[in-house]
Design a binder for this molecule. Structure first.
Ligand code: GLP
Length: 246
């Protein structure tokens, strides 16, 4: 597990955007796992900017989103698909047919099979929920390996209410999420967390033992994981001198 801490969220986000753009420059037909969430907004905006400057060609790239709500109609403003189109896909040259979201109708196994058929995830970008979830793998005594249907915890529904005009009642109760096995199957994983609200959970996820009670902590077991933080999110971690440098 490599850890990089930046002085600000803006610098951390820019570094993550650069990392994604470099991955796509090296592997033109890269298969990406992509998250949603407010943390990713500046990252996607910077990727869009780099693309507009001719720095990033996504024409051969395939994407698989980590999760999606169940039961919302197409183009609903709360859908993660709408989020992705607004913040990233509408600003780069990825083919729409090459962007994927897990669907309850076709099922999780079909999603995992499609990822495998595409050659597996080269890079999986992830955020972290304040309760330690990655994708929508919620804290629990056991975690699912493959893509599956999830009953969302109240804390996750609250964290997503901003997509539904702040109205908790409108936030779906169920979602589809890549499983922990799907995520850990990626050749590389990059987790970004910014802001003091994430400090406590980042400390639990990466400063201690692996537990399904903090699903992000399972990333510690991945052979090629990079954790990118800003100073505020890193506050609860004990860092070596080189980790503090950036
Ligand atoms: C949602 C998504 C997660 C994401 C998390 C963090 O719940 N399902 O994939 O990591 O939000 O969101 P934010 O960046 O808004 O804190």
């Amino acid at each position: 597990m490599r850890l990089l801490v930046f002085a600000s969220g803006a610098l951390a986000s820019r570094a993550v955007a650069e990392f994604v753009v470099r991955t796509v420059a090296i592997t033109r037909d890269a298969v990406l796992g992509l998250p949603t969430g407010r943390t990713m907004v500046p990252v996607y905006s910077e990727i869009g900017r780099l693309h507009s400057r001719g720095r990033a060609d996504f024409s051969q790239v395939t994407s698989f989103n980590l999760d999606e709500f169940i039961g919302l109609p197409i183009a609903h403003p709360g859908r993660y698909q709408t989020f992705m189109e607004r913040h990233l896909f509408g600003r780069i040259n990825i083919r729409q047919a090459a962007t994927h979201y897990p669907e309850a109708r076709s099922g999780g196994a079909a999603y995992d099979a499609l990822i495998a058929q595409s050659g597996g995830l080269d890079l999986c970008l992830v955020g972290i929920g304040a309760n330690g979830h990655i994708g929508f793998n919620e804290p629990a005594p056991y975690l699912e390996r493959g893509t599956h249907r999830v009953r969302l915890l109240p804390s996750s529904r609250r964290a997503n209410a901003y997509l539904f005009g702040g109205d908790l009642r409108r936030v779906p109760r169920y979602a589809m999420s890549m499983g922990i096995g799907t995520l850990l199957g990626a050749r590389s994983v990059l987790l970004l967390a910014t802001g003091r609200d994430k400090a406590h959970i980042v400390g639990r996820a990466f400063g201690g033992r692996i537990t399904t009670r903090v699903p992000a902590s399972l990333l510690q077991a991945h052979p090629n994981v990079l954790i990118v933080l800003d100073r505020a999110a890193a506050r609860a971690l004990r860092l070596t001198r080189s980790q503090q440098a950036t």
